[in-house]
Design a protein around this ligand. Structure first.
Ligand code: ADP
Ligand code: MG
Length: 586
């Protein structure tokens, strides 16, 4: 289609705003134009993080010489004509704004030749001033060079960051486009050096491996579901690959990268219980929808979109990811790494999770079953002040399970051995039981004959009283005694003989620690998890054979026996194969 100026009434309906913020925005816009032009190969070259030069060369459909000046006109596009087209957008661009904006703040040269034409043309746009077009007959496709961004707006140039930071943003723009568009040969060079080369044959998995490393690539689960006209495909990472921010949550809608709070929330929700607080899942998810189901014309850089039925999509993502995580076997794998003086158990992630670190002691005991000071060394000491040394299996009547340090259960399985954190597992079991009973309205409450007074600072007591209904629902009865004293009138029977005021204190601490009140669902969930933590057996509790058997039997009944409600693993697996390999039997 030819480029034409949009009629004023269409132009007026286009979301306006600053499109060009930094070199990465230029890279994004030029890459998108090259994709819209049907290119198979796109080469990007930048100098000094793109502040000196961005050059994008493609082999797409090109621009007719007569259209060249229009390409730099505001609201001139070949991608839509009427306002209704805004609801049928299949291209990445449609506003006819990008080249005009870039041409206004840089020195741009555009050279282009359509494959069927012998001659093409070139034009310069220097701070908004267009040169006369000249004949140019280079390779078919389009070449755009953007030099000295913001040279004529010194204030904006001052806002640019270091070359490394700007280059980081350029890489991010490139990565987003490359993840979404398979089949393209893409290259990125910086100051003459190759940064990435993505072959057209690279699968999505290959591309994820290229950008984020093979370690992450090897810990992904595929997702592929559809509901009605919507499909969701892509990969989610094992919870052990989590991050401290949400940057590696890549979401695409109709192959356009978007940032969407609601979808991000659905993703985190799906990982709930598998990640520690403050940690974020990694995902690469592609949502495909009929174009009339999504409005892409709500944000200047189109980074945000509006869905016609956001609720259904939230649900689709939540259930797809949750089901996929359930289907995966999430028992953390214990990796044994040889060291100079033996083998040391290493957590499967670079982040040391507390439960994994605790394993250092027992794992050492595994390779040398002699009880002795070596077994008590390491970070386990604080937790195991009262713990004894490893107990030989023969002293237990249950032949396949031993309790180590009164904290861990070691269990033979057909494929190897499992080390279970008794507290984390029991906590998870109680949490699920409490949840089921709460839903069924059958949470057992122990009423106190004489209410127990518990003292708090008055504002803390007020926090608890404000949530009285929710606490009641959870079996915690509280009355106001005045002056910061609460009367505890009942508590969940599941707490057994643990002092009930402890749980009230933990709940009040929880409420006080939050600036904003969590949603009701979150509140119930969190308090249930606190209760489960209080009622569960502790590290250091010696368990009877019967108690161990009961714990293991219940393990099979819970939905997620792999993680405690705070997201720590409940068990680690060491395969027979690993043992054989480490002892050089294989
Ligand atoms: P939009 O992409 O929203 O249409 P742009 O300002 O980015 O607006 O581009 C204006 C027009 O210039 C496009 O509609 C397209 O016709 C043409 N154009 C820009 N870049 C290319 C390219 N690399 N190959 C072919 N045509 C291009
Ligand atoms: Mg464009």
């Amino acid at each position: 289609m030819r480029i034409q100026q949009l009629p004023a009434e269409v132009a007026a309906r286009i979301a306006a705003g600053e499109v060009i913020e930094r070199p990465a925005s230029v890279v994004k816009e030029l890459l998108e134009n090259a994709v819209d032009a049907g290119s198979r190969r796109i080469d990007v070259e930048v100098e000094q993080g793109g502040t000196d030069l961005v050059r994008v060369v493609d082999d797409g459909c090109g621009i007719l010489p007569a259209d060249l000046p229009l390409a730099f006109a505001s609201h001139a596009t070949s991608k839509l004509t009427t306002a209704d087209d805004l609801f049928r957008v299949m291209t990445l661009g449609f506003r006819g704004e990008a080249l005009a904006s870039i041409g206004g703040v840089a020195q741009v040269r555009l050279q282009s030749r359509c494959p069927d034409e012998i001659a093409g043309a070139e034009i310069n746009c220097d701070g908004g001033k267009l040169s006369a077009p000249r004949t140019w007959s280079g390779a078919a496709g389009t070449r755009v060079e953007v030099a000295h961004l913001f040279y004529n707006t010194p204030v904006r140039r001052k806002f640019l960051r270091t070359v490394a930071t700007e280059m980081g943003h350029v890489c991010e723009s490139f990565t987003r486009l490359a993840l979404a568009h398979g089949g393209l040969n893409l290259k990125l060079r910086h100051n003459g050096k190759e940064v990435w080369e993505v072959p057209g044959v690279a699968t999505l998995l290959d591309r994820i491996g290229l950008f984020f490393g093979s370690e992450l690539r090897d810990r992904l689960y595929d997702v592929d579901v559809s509901r009605g006209p919507a499909t969701l495909k892509g990969f989610i990472a094992d919870p052990s690959c989590d991050r401290g921010n949400a940057k590696l949550q890549y979401m695409f809608v109709n192959r356009r990268w978007v940032r969407d709070r609601s979808l991000g929330h659905a993703l985190q929700e799906a990982y709930r219980g598998l990640l520690m607080t403050g940690r974020y899942a990694i995902a690469f998810l592609f949502l495909e929808l009929p174009p009339d189901q999504v409005d892409v014309n709500v944000h200047p850089t189109k980074a945000e979109v509006r869905f016609r039925d956001g609720h259904a999509l939230y649900h689709l993502l939540l259930t797809a990811v949750r089901d996929r995580l359930r289907a995966a076997n999430l028992t953390a794998r214990l990796r044994i790494t040889p060291t100079a003086d033996g083998f040391v158990a290493a957590p499967p992630t670079d982040r040391g999770s507390p439960a994994l670190e605790m394993l250092t002691g027992p794992a050492v005991a595994l390779q040398s079953p002699r009880p002795g000071p070596a077994c008590d060394a390491g970070p386990t000491n604080a937790v195991h002040e009262t713990a004894g040394s490893a107990q030989p299996a023969s002293t237990r009547s249950s032949p396949k399970v031993i309790q180590l340090h009164d904290s861990y259960l070691v269990l033979e399985t057909p494929e190897g051995l499992l080390v279970i954190d008794q507290h984390a597992l029991h906590e998870r079991i109680l949490f699920e039981q409490l949840k089921t009973r709460l839903r069924a309205g059958s949470l057992d409450v122990q009423r106190m004959l004489i209410p127990e007074p518990v003292n708090f600072p008055p504002e803390h007591a007020a926090r608890a009283l404000a949530q009285r209904a929710a606490l009641e629902e959870l079996g915690l009865g509280v009355e106001d005694f005045g002056g910061g004293t609460l009367l505890l009138t009942g508590y969940p029977a599941i707490l057994g003989n643990r002092p009930p005021h402890d749980i009230l204190r933990a709940v009040v601490d929880y409420l006080v620690a939050r600036d904003r009140l969590p949603t009701r669902e979150q509140l119930l969930n969190d308090i249930l998890s606190l209760m489960a933590c209080h009622a569960a057996v502790r590290a250091g509790d010696r368990l009877s054979t019967e108690a161990i058997d009961a714990l293991l039997a219940q393990r099979d009944l819970v939905t997620d026996s792999h993680h405690c409600p705070h997201g720590r693993p409940t068990s680690l697996f060491l395969s027979r194969h690993d043992l054989d390999r480490q002892f050089r039997r294989l």
